[in-house]
Write a protein that binds this ligand. Structure first.
Ligand code: FNR
Length: 383
């Protein structure tokens, strides 16, 4: 369908399903086992209602914010997702350029189909901030070498270490559909085996990831990265691990279940955010980057990012009201990449427009005004 007929994130998904190869669709859309978590991620947002205020003079509002110290146009970021070149030859290059023109941050996957150098050194984006997502390699010297290379790019401003992939998820659609032999495929260097598991791309790509991570190693690695580079853990799924990340010297977490791709029946991340409010309210009260305490220099900032199932601007606003400083989208960006840079720009424009409409209709004029009093989570508080 022509790009001008696309008006929401769902439309991009339908377009991708109808135009990509069976293997690409299986790899992008799949999740583990029975897809319970993947589907709950999206559907849970419809069980949170707003508590909108009226007559707040919302003609002129601002969605602008900062994420990990970087200014951006609204609290959206691109979650790291592997292999964007399967859907368009420009892949992650196009995503990077779209993020620059729309002023949001792209997290580059450790398994991207272009190197981080190719993406961040494009002349169009060389002054734009990026986040790099790292998987720790079993061969630790490989991780050290990769980090040294990443640190040489001055516009990589933060590192996300993904810690929820100790074992490859059982993604059955990806395993059943055989690898594309006919198209030029960035996976070819990994030699997909069309064996009885179909050569699932997810399983093939996860082979190098270290299942023996520990908090002490993470603390050490955080020191190696250097304190001028905010470092987050991605894939944290409990209030306890969030507290441990803060205590271990990390600068934040991404509450995420990897789009339901690793542990099926792990909870939607928004439930973890609610658990943090109940168990450790001080993390948000005293460490949110815009909290009075951080602003006064009394406490260090600790950012809570979130992703999984975000498909509407209203979903983004609910997360921000509950204390998230950044809200990530994974699959919708890959699907929009089917249309190249312009497609990703249009997806970001759509989400921003929906976000703005939601802010105005809630009576919100600035990101700092967003708070839990604007949402009703009664239906899911017991979960
Ligand atoms: C991912 N995700 C992911 N995460 C990560 O830390 N490193 C990676 O390389 C990848 N690769 C990847 C590939 C594909 C095809 C998908 C769909 C996802 C997970 C990603 O960062 C994010 O957590 C989820 O995609 C968020 O859920 P939604 O927005 O896809 O529902």
């Amino acid at each position: 369908p022509p790009l001008n007929s696309i008006i929401n994130a769902h439309d991009f998904e339908v377009a991708a399903r109808n135009t990509t190869t069976a293997k690409t669709w299986a790899f992008y859309s799949s999740a583990s086992n029975d897809l319970v978590t993947r589907d709950a991620n999206a559907s849970l947002y419809s069980r949170i209602f707003f508590r909108p205020r009226t007559m707040r003079k919302v003609m002129d509002i601002s969605t602008a914010t900062t994420l990990l110290g970087q200014p951006c146009s609204f609290p959206l970021f691109v979650s790291p997702a592997a292999m964007a070149r399967l859907i368009h030859p420009d892949g992650e290059l196009a995503i990077g350029r779209a993020c620059k023109t729309r002023n949001i941050i792209q997290s580059i996957s450790n398994n991207a189909s272009y190197s981080a150098a190719d993406i961040v050194a494009q002349p169009e984006v060389s002054d734009h901030p990026f986040i790099f997502q790292l998987y720790v390699d079993k061969r630790r010297e490989k991780t050290n070498a990769l980090l040294a290379q990443i640190k040489s790019h001055k516009n990589v401003k933060a590192i996300m270490i993904t810690v929820d992939a100790a074992a490859a998820g059982k993604r059955e659609a990806d395993e059943r559909v055989k690898a594309d032999e006919s198209i030029e495929n960035p996976m070819q260097k990994n030699k997909p085996k069309n064996d009885n598991k179909g050569g699932g791309y997810g399983r093939l790509m996860a082979g190098f990831i270290d299942p023996n991570l520990s908090w002490s190693y993470l603390s050490w690695l955080r020191g190696e990265i250097g304190h001028d580079t905010p470092t987050l853990l991605k894939g944290v799924m409990t209030a306890d691990d969030t507290r441990m990340a803060l205590d271990a010297g990390l600068d934040g977490v991404v509450l995420s279940n990897h789009g339901g791709r690793n542990l099926d029946t792990s909870p939607p991340a928004i439930l973890v955010l609610l658990e943090i409010h109940r168990r450790f309210p001080e993390i948000i009260r005293d460490h949110h980057p815009s909290s009075a305490s951080v602003q006064a220099g009394l406490t260090k900032p600790f950012s809570i990012l979130i992703d999984g199932g975000i498909r509407r601007g209203t979903d983004i606003l609910k997360c921000v009201c509950l204390g998230a400083t950044g809200v990530g989208v994974g699959r919708p960006v890959l699907y929009a990449t089917g249309y190249g840079q312009e497609g990703v720009e249009q997806l970001i424009d759509i989400l921003k427009d929906e976000f703005e409409v939601a802010m105005k209709n809630c009576g919100l004029t600035r990101i700092e005004e967003c708070g839990p009093e604007y949402v009703n989570t009664g239906d899911i508080d017991h979960l």
